[in-house]
Design a protein around this ligand. Structure first.
Ligand code: AMP
Length: 213
């Protein structure tokens, strides 16, 4: 079954999506991670995307739609979980068209919701492993050894766009461009909303139940 996880920045799509995709053996297609890899590798798409990402703005639709289509088709039929895509109604429409063209469909669309106050706290303290991408939080889930990933020993860093001024832009972009997706998806078969404002384990349990039923 193919899945979409959507919700505001900092709600836990990446952390929960990664765990869910491992447990359910689906490909975790995280648009932000795909873009960051393209920026790091200085590909043509990465060079185009960088200025938007640094400012907390959305990368142009044509760029992200082409990238996600390539990744979906490269999976050769493996089920996938989309995290961070689509992020506006135009992308959702492009996704519908692309899925229909390829005989694919989405089984679950999960909206993860949390109050803005907790998103800010989560984003400000977030630390990511440069090597394996695993996420920590300075207060809520600190690494055992400062600056070091518990899983692989990689170096932890703060994303450039997790600075307070950029976070404000990202939340504004979310409210203006991504929140309308709720209206777009809420009457579809397979749509579910979960409360993602609580503890990590409780959110994962809710997510798992949403996906399993
Ligand atoms: P994320 O890791 O999901 O928080 O995404 C980080 C940044 O990547 C966003 O602030 C955007 O600049 C860009 N980005 C991620 N997904 C998309 C998307 N679907 N459309 C446009 N830009 C995106």
């Amino acid at each position: 079954m193919n899945l979409i996880l959507f919700g505001p920045p900092g709600v836990g799509k990446g952390t929960q999506g990664s765990r869910l995709s491992t447990e359910f053996n689906v490909a975790h297609l995280a648009m932000g991670d795909i873009l960051r890899a393209a920026v790091r590798d200085a590909t043509a798409a990465g060079l185009q995307a960088r200025q938007y990402m640094d400012a907390g703005q959305l990368v142009p639709d044509a760029v992200v739609v082409a990238m996600i289509e390539e990744r979906i088709l490269a999976g050769n039929g493996q089920d996938f979980l989309l995290d961070g895509f689509p992020r506006n109604v135009a992308q959702a429409e492009a996704l519908d068209a692309m899925l229909a063209k390829n005989g694919l469909s989405i089984g679950r669309i999960v909206f993860m919701d949390a109050p803005e106050e907790s998103l800010l706290k989560r984003l400000c303290g977030r630390l990511i492993c440069r090597a394996c991408g695993f996420g920590f939080h300075r207060q809520y889930s600190p690494p055992l050894k400062a600056g070091c990933c518990d899983r692989c020993g990689g170096e932890l860093y703060q994303r450039d766009d997790d600075r307070e001024d950029v976070i404000a832009n990202r939340l504004e972009v979310y409210n203006e461009q991504t929140a309308p997706l709720l209206e777009f998806y809420q009457h579809r078969n397979g749509f579910l909303k979960i409360d993602a404002g609580g503890e990590m384990e409780a959110v994962y349990a809710a997510l798992k139940e949403a996906v399993s039923n």
